[in-house]
Ligand binder design. Structure first.
Ligand code: UFG
Length: 336
């Protein structure tokens, strides 16, 4: 049995789906603060009796303990607050929820003799890059509280291995995009802050015009460069990391990205082409805390985990668009 914290959220739910499709039995632990019960219901209808849901909060050790009723072989830990801007405004919530929540989880794991964990870390732990593509030896100097919480947890995991033999794989995501290719689940944040869903939402009736945050960066067209990795590819890396730990692998950490950088304007043009819509766009000031470019060197994950991202940015935008149409319809129907 695999315990997935944050399994009702965007990346967590795609990972649960991939685990179920591989025949794993899964317990999802989620407080539904940003995840959705509709996502759990959809996963339950797919997983049938292989999916168990425990509603609870990482700040409540008794609730975490409830998720360990059955024998857990390993944990995949997604549950976290993850908005950079919000973390600058409310660092207290971020340190408490992300760092203390993870400490609680690690301690309950130890109490239950579970010593394997795959952890969602982030490219935000690197801060403003000194060089690109960024490899895993690049210095980690996060520039916002969100990245700092994830880096603190990475350090805790190193120490828990040394002292208590808890083995971890920390996966540093770059920009995750796309949805389930069968449109069963997808990205569902409220409010939405991410680039691709924001562009796509602006094509719907009542959608806000799309805004580009900064056109004066030192890049080929003046907009920020990011490395967009498809969510289905990304979750395959989690399964490989899980299986690596189950086979006795040592604590390690990997970048998950494609090694391809794309500018905001390039993403916007591709969205226009795929949707076939005219999208109105406003160029506004830079958003605070956005690094100029983030592109992953993914050679280590390729070599050790044997992970190869297969899907293109075009694939991600197509599946994200199918999902957004579905979500837009559901939300409009619910508000009627
Ligand atoms: N952007 C716009 N307009 C928008 C939204 C985004 O121009 O309406 C731009 C941003 O300025 C940035 C790029 O699009 O240059 C991507 O922005 P996202 O908000 O989609 O993603 P981020 O790169 O800010 O952040 C993502 C994750 C974080 C993680 C980070 C790691 O959301 O959790 O990658 O690099 F920390």
């Amino acid at each position: 049995m695999i315990l997935v914290t944050g399994g009702a959220g965007y990346i967590g739910s795609h990972c649960v789906l991939a685990l179920l499709e591989k025949g794993y039995e899964v317990v999802v632990f989620d407080n539904l603060s940003t995840g959705h019960i509709e996502t759990i219901n959809k996963l339950s209808s797919i997983g049938q009796n292989k999916l168990h849901f425990v509603k609870g909060n990482l700040l409540n050790p008794n609730e975490i303990n409830n998720a360990f009723c059955s024998k857990i072989d390993a944990v995949i830990h997604f549950a976290a607050l993850s908005q950079v801007g919000e973390s600058v405004a409310n660092p207290d919530r971020y340190y408490r929820n992300n760092v203390i929540g993870t400490l609680n989880l690690l301690d309950i794991m130890r109490r239950n003799n579970v010593n394997k964990i795959v952890f969602s870390s982030t490219a935000a732990t690197y801060g403003e890059p000194k060089y690109v593509p960024i490899d895993e030896t690049h210095p980690q100097k996060p520039i916002n509280p969100y990245g700092k919480t994830k880096l603190a947890i990475e350090g805790i995991m190193e120490d828990y291995d040394r002292a208590y033999n808890v083995k971890s794989v920390r996966l540093r995501y770059f920009n995750v995009a796309g949805a389930d290719s069968k449109t069963r689940i997808g990205e569902w944040h409220d409010p939405e802050t991410h680039l691709i869903p924001k562009i796509l939402k602006s094509t719907f009736q009542g959608g806000e015009p799309f805004k580009i945050y900064g056109t004066d960066y030192d890049t080929k067209d003046g907009t920020c460069v990011r490395d967009y990795v498809n969510v289905e590819d990304l979750v395959q890396a989690h399964i490989l990391a899980l299986e690596y730990l189950l086979k006795g692998g040592n604590t390690d950490f990997f970048n998950l990205g494609t090694k391809e950088g794309c500018t905001v304007k390039e993403v916007f043009e591709l969205c226009k082409e795929i949707t076939g819509q005219k999208i109105s766009v406003n160029n506004i000031n830079r958003r605070e805390g956005d690094p100029t470019q983030l592109v992953a060197d993914n050679s280590k994950a390729k070599e050790i985990l044997k992970w190869t991202p297969e899907k293109t940015l075009r694939d991600s935008i197509k599946t994200a668009y199918e999902w957004e149409k579905c979500l837009d319809k559901t939300i409009k129907e619910a508000n009627r």
